[in-house]
Write a protein of this length. Structure first.
Lengths: 314, 349
């Protein structure tokens, strides 16, 4: 028991929690935005993979870290455009289209990566984002190193959650997005074009997913390797339900999740050898499933989620 | 621009759809090949040659198609009833490890004629079990099975990784994490001497024919389609929705588990975490290319296997990353979706 307490009381754990949470927060916010407008985006896993690859490759070829981040966001947006074409314009099954986007985006990432970086003994690396100490706050004992010495994208992700919450619940644009996700026909009667809203939400949401992926290669690690996203995208889809489609709860959900993940990582080193490490690695996936079971009944799903909208067709 | 539902779909159009989709996917991937600086037509010629150019390569392609037929059927059966089983990868691994466990621990001494059917059954049961959990969660807690089946894929592979690292570890494998082998008697008979082609292909094709019959000619086939097309209407018409979904899940999970069992008993003889290069996920593409038709699945699996086996050979000659096969397969899913759409709708200005 004291081992567990020691882990929780270490500033290192909490610093890791914020780091682990960042891609989850960004990805969950992206998926949440799409779903608020009524589009389930299962392209997330592939889009994150592509963002991780293209962000890394951009920086590897000499560009600035932020340019890499931006390129990943734009690439994510383009995949969002593809998903919108399939699901909004053509009204195809959102499940299958999303999986198609994931399969395409991830295999395309591996193809481009292999083409650009021939097989090498050790994967090439870049210099990732360095932690920024917030003046004053970072000098606090415990809290300073735990919460106020993160990389800039981490602060950005937290800020984005608050901004998105404001936009969705306090602005006319947010109302339009929510209406489109709840009842696109009513939205149209109000002079809102549901197609445009859905396109916008999916493109911006997918751009966030691209950034989530880029964080992995530009801040959390410093190199790209296939399958590095490791189901984080699917966990984000589960977190959206856990967060009941609310950005601030998505932020908290991401943090809670990252806490368990960071905790199990440290517990692994403490209990190392006695318990197979794979058991620890299962925890995030099992937790996501449990979270879904707990929240799915209570959550208020956007009523038009997964329903294609065709003008004049009911 | 608007879309208008077609009143009538000609048979020729329905048959041509996957061909058009595959053509479009190959054209798009051709652009990527050209960008990489390789002659496109030669690349495709090499893919075909590497997949069918010799007796060895042709049997290899058929061997590769075998698990794809089974995972393709698993997806097709489930999707027909709108049960989104994306967990074939995990079910495959669970089927595989169950077979390795049973044969190496307690069934190994049985003669092949008894042991093989028993093992196939156990593999299928394991896959079934893994899909019944998400189905139960959907029926009990209204949890979308897409996410749960996807997440369970990771759990299943980790479980396999743990078992082949501990209790089922082969002490003769020089420290590599691989399971103890199945008994010799458990290996499926070869269909052709001096090749890896095994009875699994026959099993897969027979199952495809049986499923085609079940889907089109039995009450259950009709009920499962009804459950997919219009669940509320189906209930109103007296279809036992839950019961139908449970049976569909048993068939779908069972087929995916069988894919793993067959792969172990036909090819490898043991389990590693590299047993499947994404057979479960490719099965989704196979099912969609076949428009969820069980007999079409056999052809679509053959196409997919051709791409994978052929791209390996092409990659060695031209230096194009063999990931191009994954790109072609993924693109053909997307082009198929669009092509199917245009068989159902026409554009009206």
């Amino acid at each position: 028991m004291s081992a567990a307490f020691d882990i929780i009381a270490s500033a290192g754990l909490w610093a890791a929690v914020l780091r682990i949470a960042t891609p989850l927060i960004l990805g969950t916010l992206g998926a949440l935005l799409c779903e608020r407008a009524g589009v389930l985006n299962l392209g997330i896993e592939g889009i994150m993979t592509f963002g991780a690859m293209i962000g890394w490759l951009t920086v590897y070829n000499g560009a600035d870290l932020w340019i890499g981040f931006l390129v990943a966001a734009v690439a994510g947006g383009l995949f969002g455009l593809l998903h919108s074409l399939l699901t909004v314009t053509l009204g195809l099954s959102q499940h299958v289209s999303g999986l198609g986007v994931t399969l395409f985006a991830s295999s395309f990432s591996y193809y481009v990566f292999r083409l650009a970086v021939p097989v090498a003994g050790t994967p090439p690396t870049i210099t990732p984002f360095q932690p920024i100490a917030i003046p004053g706050l970072s000098d606090l004992p415990f809290f300073g190193p735990a919460f106020f010495s993160q990389t800039t994208p981490t602060y950005l992700a937290i800020l984005l959650a608050l901004v998105l919450a404001y936009v969705i619940f306090r602005t006319p644009l947010g109302l339009a997005i929510r209406m489109t996700g709840e009842n696109p026909h009513a939205a149209e009667a109000q002079g809102i074009n549901p197609m445009v809203v859905r396109y916008g939400a999916v493109i911006i949401g997918s751009a966030l997913m691209g950034m989530a992926g880029a964080f992995l290669t530009l801040a959390a690690f410093n190199s790209f390797f296939p399958t590095m996203v490791q189901g984080r995208g699917w966990i984000c889809i589960a977190l959206v339900v856990f967060a009941s489609w609310r950005p601030v709860r998505a932020l908290l959900g991401g943090l809670l999740f990252a806490f368990f993940d960071g905790f199990q990582l440290r517990l692994q080193t403490v209990l190392g050898g006695a318990v197979p490490y794979q058991l620890f690695l299962m925890i995030p996936y099992i937790l996501s499933i449990v979270a879904l079971a707990l929240m799915a009944r209570r959550a208020r799903v956007p009523q038009a989620l997964m329903q294609p909208y065709r003008r004049g067709e009911r | 621009m608007r879309f208008e539902r077609r009143e009538h779909r000609s048979i020729a159009l329905v048959i041509a759809t996957p061909l058009i989709a595959i053509g479009a996917a190959l054209a798009l991937a051709g652009v990527l090949t050209a960008v990489a600086g390789a002659p496109v037509l030669e690349a495709y010629w090499l893919i075909l040659k590497s997949a069918f150019g010799s007796r060895l390569s042709a049997t290899e392609t058929l061997t590769r198609a075998t698990p794809l037929i089974l995972t393709g059927l698993a997806a097709a059966v489930a999707f027909r009833a709108r049960l989104w089983n994306i967990g074939a990868e995990g079910q495959l691994y669970l089927g595989a490890i169950t077979v390795a466990w049973a044969s190496s621990q307690f069934l190994g001494d049985l003669p092949g004629l008894v042991q093989i059917p028993l093992l196939l059954l156990l593999g299928a049961l394991a896959g079934m079990t893994l899909l019944l959990v998400p189905l139960w969660m959907r029926l009990r807690f209204t949890v979308d099975e897409v996410v749960t089946t996807l997440l369970l894929n990771f759990v299943a592979v980790l479980l396999v990784s743990m078992l082949i690292d501990t209790v089922l570890k082969d002490p003769m494998a020089f420290g590599w994490p691989q399971s103890q082998p199945v008994a010799d008697a458990a290996m499926l008979p070869k269909l052709l001497a001096r090749s890896r082609l095994h009875l699994g292909l026959g099993i897969a094709v027979v199952l495809a024919i049986v499923l085609a019959f079940v889907q089109s000619r039995t009450v259950f086939g009709m009920q499962s389609r009804a459950a997919g097309l219009n669940p509320e209407g189906a209930v109103f018409a007296g279809v036992p929705l839950k019961g139908t979904l449970v049976i569909v899940a048993c068939i779908s999970g069972g087929l995916a588990g069988l894919a793993g069992a067959v792969e172990v008993m036909g090819v490898q003889g043991y389990v590693t975490t590299e047993l499947s290069p994404g057979f479960g996920y490719s099965g989704i593409v196979v099912a969609m290319l076949a428009n969820l038709n069980p007999l079409g699945v056999v052809l679509a699996a053959l196409f997919t296997a051709t791409m994978f086996v052929g791209a390996d050979g092409m990659s060695r000659s031209l230096g194009i990353p063999s990931y191009i096969a994954d790109v072609i397969v993924a693109l053909s899913l997307l082009t198929m979706l669009v092509a199917v759409f245009f068989t159902q709708y026409r554009i009206r200005r």
